[in-house]
Write a new protein. Structure first.
Length: 499
């Protein structure tokens, strides 16, 4: 069993580091999980720091505040790393061909796949396509945005939906059928998650907000008793578990385990862009006059206000999922009514008049820059004529909003450098930048990736990342592949040659 002791990490001095992107040479002392000293680097050789501890010579590498992924689904991400990868498939037929190639024996176990995006496909996902290539084994495929599931007939029967007409299931029902599938044993899943956390630390991540569906706090309490996670974890609460959390006296920010704390209350106003369920003021092209032409309303405005007020009264900060412009207005209206701290997750399409409201209300915009580059073609089709205000990170920052970057993993990989590069370049391929007016500078992108930490200061938590290339000197390709030399969380090395 992994070490779960909470004793502080040994004190150490970090010598010859560049303090921040473009920063000067300095030397830092870390003790009890915090930065205790920062002094200019004199170049004087010494074998011991001010407390007598060894000195680690870092050879002029750049030291940055530790990076966070402020929106992940850790169990989904850890599982996706072990599933059939459907990313980049251009049609339902192409997915069926992959299923045929990887189907294996019809042994009754579920074949899981992840990552399809059907918003631009020329054909529609249907159970018949999967039945034709793998009739004897249940097949469960999850969309990249986690808002849809595509099952074959064997899998539909397994979850009690044998009569479903197409096998393509969206939104709440998708979450229900996925939850009805045989669960991965907890010890196996926890091992995958421990591994995924180490992989995140290898990319400079020192903390995550885990929005995994379920009783996430209880799941992380169990894990924290088994192993020390390589990253800090803020575990979200969902409405069905809110009253139990309140009864326990839990509040956002409370510690419940080693490096594990209580996160925000997750609420939903709408669906997603790829499924055309994001709630928008204008109808989706081709759906005019139909039910759902404007997307869907997941939570009525009055109920949203009630839940937020109830949570805030007990110290639980809300994180409200809002993607369409109408959904974001509803979410901001609710924050204005309740007057509590909190976050809006995604904020993908915004009305111009809502931009300044984030700063006015003190609402954090939790955004995922990789979505802007991944979904640019879908946005051009389904939000035609409105994309100048889609993924409007430059406008949000100019309006005074605080941005916090995430990946929404497994929607995008859990790698903050991909988010930083997408925010800076607004393209992930050879095409020109998509709405370049919304690009961020490298310093602003680094701050958003570090949950607002711009400087490294005495007294700060010793959550730090060392990189081999100064981000100010890096082009977008180098940013994406940023060589991370070492990562430290709470004063302990979690990645690198010193761990």
């Amino acid at each position: 069993m992994a070490d779960t002791a909470s004793a502080p990490a040994p004190a150490r001095t970090l010598a010859r580091v560049r303090l921040g992107a473009g920063g000067p040479l300095a030397r830092l002392r870390v003790a009890d999980g915090r930065i205790t000293h920062i002094v200019p680097e004199t170049g004087a050789d010494t074998d011991a720091g001010p407390g007598g501890e060894p000195v680690v010579d870092l050879d002029g590498r750049v030291l940055l505040p530790g990076l966070w992924d402020a929106h992940v689904h850790l169990a989904e991400w850890a599982s996706a790393r072990h599933r059939l990868d459907l990313a980049g498939t251009a049609s339902a037929r192409a997915v069926a061909d992959l299923v045929r190639a990887h189907g294996g024996a019809a042994d009754g176990t579920v074949l899981y796949g992840y990552g399809f995006r059907d918003g631009l496909w020329p054909d529609a996902p249907h159970k018949a396509l999967l039945d034709a290539v793998l009739p004897g084994r249940p097949v469960a495929l999850v969309s990249a945005d986690l808002h849809a599931a595509w099952f074959n007939s064997a899998c539909l029967a397994l979850v009690g939906r044998a009569g479903h007409p197409t096998g393509l299931i969206r939104e709440h029902e998708a979450h229900e059928v996925l939850a009805a599938l045989p669960a991965t044993p907890a010890e196996v899943l926890d091992g995958w998650i421990e591994e995924a956390c180490r992989a995140a630390a290898a990319r400079g991540v020192t903390g995550v907000i885990d929005f995994q569906f379920g009783d996430t706090v209880a799941d992380w309490e169990r894990r924290a008793a088994r192993f020390r996670p390589a990253v800090r974890v803020s575990a979200a609460v969902y409405p069905s578990y809110l009253d139990a959390a309140i009864k326990r006296g839990l509040r956002t920010g409370d510690e419940v385990g080693n490096l594990v704390g209580v996160g925000p209350l997750k609420l939903f106003t709408d669906g997603s862009l790829n499924t055309r369920t994001a709630l928008c003021r204008d109808p989706y092209p081709g759906l005019e006059g139909t039910d759902g032409a404007h997307g869907i309303e997941q939570t009525a405005p009055d109920e949203l206000v009630r839940l937020m007020r109830h949570a805030a009264a007990h110290g639980m900060e809300p994180a409200v999922h809002a993607i369409g412009d109408r959904a974001n207005t509803v979410a901001l209206d609710a924050f204005e009514a309740v007057r509590c701290r909190g976050r809006i997750e995604h904020a993908q399409l915004l009305s111009p008049e809502d931009l300044p409201r984030f700063a006015e209300l003190g609402v954090i915009a939790g955004v995922q820059p990789r979505h802007a580059t991944d979904d640019r073609d879908v946005a051009d089709r389904h939000w035609a004529g409105r994309t100048e205000r889609a993924f409007a990170y430059g406008d949000l920052l100019a309006a005074g909003a605080r941005l916090e970057f995430g990946s929404d993993a497994p929607v995008s990989p859990l790698d903050p450098w991909l988010a930083i590069a997408s925010a800076v370049s607004r393209t992930d391929d050879e095409r020109p930048a998509w709405h370049p007016e919304q690009r961020l500078s490298v310093p602003d992108a680094l701050v958003a990736a570090a949950r607002g930490r711009r400087l490294i200061r005495v007294g700060d938590p010793a959550d730090l990342v060392l990189v081999d290339v100064d981000p100010l000197d890096a082009d977008p390709d180098t940013l994406r592949a940023m060589p991370v030399h070492a990562t430290m969380t709470n004063g302990r090395w979690t990645h690198g040659p010193y761990s």
